[in-house]
Design a protein around this ligand. Structure first.
Ligand SMILES: Nc1nc2c(ncn2[C@@H]2O[C@H](COP(=O)(O)OP(=O)(O)OP(=O)(O)O)[C@@H](O)[C@H]2O)c(=O)[nH]1
Ligand SMILES: [Mg+2]
Length: 314
């Protein structure tokens, strides 16, 4: 019989690209379930992370950033984010509060923080859906108090937020308060996952994501967005190690050359970083083999979308 005193449900974490959604989910779950980089549009599909708080189980759904989509993959990403929100018991809107006070000023990455538009887009979406959300004003470690309070006031006036939290997802400040508040809104019911399970991403997919994170960190400008990673084979060895082969797809031959680097230096570095992290996650030796393949239209292939929980026809 299910214990009637337990609560469980889904909490979608939505917001503009780069707001810190994945960092926040990892922090609330207490382990890395979703990859994080300084670049926008890192997360491409919904990733679940399970957290416990007292007798509540919260399944956080990290989602791709919400922005004005252009390509098919972009549209699918944004659609997935909204679907995640519609289906969830609670919604957390993460806002990069520090960036909001720098709108129009390009930073070292060349980004001009037009995410003001993206914040408005989320607010409009919440209004249309008739939903309220928890507002998580993130990155408070990187800004002054006064503009933060002003921003909180402005966003509060929109009327779409039930509660406002100010936090630093990287440092963990304020994250516990949000977790507690969300846990209290979860509906009564039995746990959806075993209480000690943190993630539900298949290992081969997680391994592909780790490599994609290293690609995003190593490559520049538009190139990361022209890449995708697939785990082609996964072989358990008798000595306890695992042999993983992955394919990195790029759209053009010239991109392949950059991913490989001079005398294969770039791909070696990417492979080494991914292998080191995989060994840490899996707790055993990993032999990682990366192949770079040109597939001009990888982002137009239906078979790529479904396994990731993305819709193709949007
Ligand atoms: N200073 C500071 N940086 C943060 C904080 N939270 C996240 N970041 C940084 O913001 C960047 C983006 O973080 P992510 O967690 O990947 O953001 P995201 O919202 O998941 O981004 P997408 O998946 O691209 O939509 C990374 O460089 C993080 O280290 C924070 O509290 N303070
Ligand atoms: Mg993310």
């Amino acid at each position: 019989m299910a214990d009637p005193s337990t609560r469980s449900g889904f909490a979608a974490v939505i917001g503009a690209p780069n707001a810190g959604k994945s960092t926040l989910v990892n922090q609330m779950v207490g382990t890395k379930v979703s990859i994080v980089t300084h670049k926008v549009q890192t997360t491409r599909f919904p990733v679940r992370g399970v957290a416990m708080h007292d007798d509540s189980q919260i399944v956080f759904v990290d989602t791709p950033g919400i922005f004005a989509p252009r390509r098919r993959l972009d549209r699918a990403m944004v659609r997935a984010a909204w679907t995640g929100a519609e289906e969830a018991d609670a919604i957390i809107h993460v806002v990069d509060a520090a960036a909001q006070t720098r709108i129009g000023t390009p930073d070292e990455t060349g980004s001009d923080h037009r995410s003001g538009d993206d914040v408005a887009r989320v607010i409009d979406g919440l209004k249309e859906a008739g939903r309220t959300a928890f507002l998580a004003l993130n990155k408070i470690d990187a800004m002054k108090r006064e503009p933060l309070l002003e921003l909180a006031q402005t966003l509060n006036d929109t009327g779409v937020y039930s509660q406002i939290f100010m936090l630093s997802a990287t440092k963990g400040d304020g994250v516990g308060d949000l977790l507690k508040a969300v846990s209290e809104t979860m509906p009564e019911g039995p746990y959806l996952y075993p209480p000690d399970q943190a993630a539900d991403l298949p290992q081969s997919l997680l391994a592909a994501e780790i490599t994609r994170e290293k690609l995003f960190l190593r490559l520049h400008a538009e190139l990361p967005y022209a890449t995708a990673v697939e785990t082609a084979s996964w072989e358990e060895k008798r000595d306890g190690s695992v042999r993983i082969e992955q394919t990195i797809f790029v759209e053009r031959e010239s991109q392949r050359a950059i991913v490989l680097g001079k005398q294969g230096r770039a791909i070696r570095e990417i492979g080494q970083r991914a292998r080191e992290e995989l060994e840490e996650i899996l707790g055993r030796r990993v032999h990682l083999f990366l192949h770079v393949k040109v597939k001009e239209n990888w982002s137009e292939q239906r078979s790529l979308y479904t396994p990731l929980g993305l819709e193709f026809d949007v």
